[in-house]
Design a protein around this ligand. Structure first.
Ligand SMILES: Nc1ncnc2c1ncn2[C@@H]1O[C@H](COP(=O)(O)OP(=O)(O)OP(=O)(O)O)[C@@H](O)[C@H]1O
Ligand SMILES: [Mg+2]
Length: 249
């Protein structure tokens, strides 16, 4: 049974349609990437899928025990250290101190935060460090579904590729379902079982592609080549391409 399913979901802000008749599902152990130009409704769709926003039309069904979110901005508690931010959800759920500390150390290690970083407050951390704290906070609760909104965007390329690998391996290894928003087609090709594309006019899903092979096992070269091929030959990605071109000017 799907971990999450959306049936003809539609949404509008102030009378302007953002999403129309979106139907999709995500299975356990599946990573689905969501792509689309800026403003096409990616964050809105993620918020609807997670229950943060109630859609004006359609139905959402969720069948998981515990979800976690990594937002587009890190949203850390400013008065709590990195360690306390990571452990916040565990504390709320009454997880004991020793267990909490062990889990914080485990997930902090996974995202490359060291002991000194953990003692710092958000204002003392770099943008990339804050993003890694937010990722660690999501992992700490051992979710079986995770919503990720451009989680690696503030990281440099080397760190991004490494964290993609480590974080997604951990989550998919535990059969979590992942709904992953990204701007980066190479990233989508590398990590996803399926790639969904939102249309540029905000009217809903334009289509979906299923790259060959197994996510995280595609090497960087072939992921890059496939992304190039998609951009050059596949009409589904034409709008992404145009937006990239417009931005470059
Ligand atoms: N809370 C809100 N109130 C009013 N309009 C909103 C709200 N949230 C989003 N919108 C509008 O809905 C549209 C889609 O926004 P959304 O944030 O979902 O896009 P996105 O695809 O995530 O963009 P980006 O790639 O820049 O993050 C935009 O036109 C945006 O201005
Ligand atoms: Mg967004």
């Amino acid at each position: 049974m799907s971990r999450i399913s959306l049936d003809r979901v539609g949404h509008a802000y102030f009378g302007r349609t953002v999403l129309d008749a979106v139907s999709m599902r995500i299975e356990a152990g599946e990573c689905v990437a969501l792509l689309g130009p800026s403003g096409s409704g990616k964050t809105t769709l993620l918020q609807i899928a997670s229950g943060l926003v109630t859609p004006l039309r359609g139905q959402v069904k969720r069948r998981y025990r515990r979800h976690a979110m990594v937002f587009q901005d890190p949203r850390l508690l400013p008065w709590a250290t990195a360690a306390d931010n990571i452990g916040f959800g565990l504390r709320q759920r009454g997880v004991r101190r020793a267990e909490r500390d062990a889990r914080i150390a485990d997930v902090a290690g996974l995202v490359d935060l060291d002991h000194d970083d953990l003692e710092k407050y958000p204002v003392e951390l770099s943008g990339g460090m804050r993003q890694r704290v937010a990722i660690a906070r999501a992992l700490a609760v051992q979710p079986d579904f995770v919503f990720l909104d451009e989680p690696f965007s503030a990281l440099d390329v080397g760190l991004r590729r490494r964290l993609q690998q480590l974080v997604l391996e951990r989550l998919l290894g535990h059969r979590a379902g992942l709904f992953f928003v990204t701007h980066d087609l190479v990233e989508a090709v590398q990590i996803a079982h399926r790639i969904l594309v939102l249309s540029a006019d905000g009217s809903g899903l334009a289509g979906e592609r299923q790259p060959d092979g197994i996510p995280l096992q595609r090497d960087a070269r072939s992921a890059f080549d496939l992304a190039e091929t998609y951009l050059a030959t596949d009409p589904l990605f034409a709008d992404l391409n145009n937006v990239e071109n417009r931005r470059a000017v």
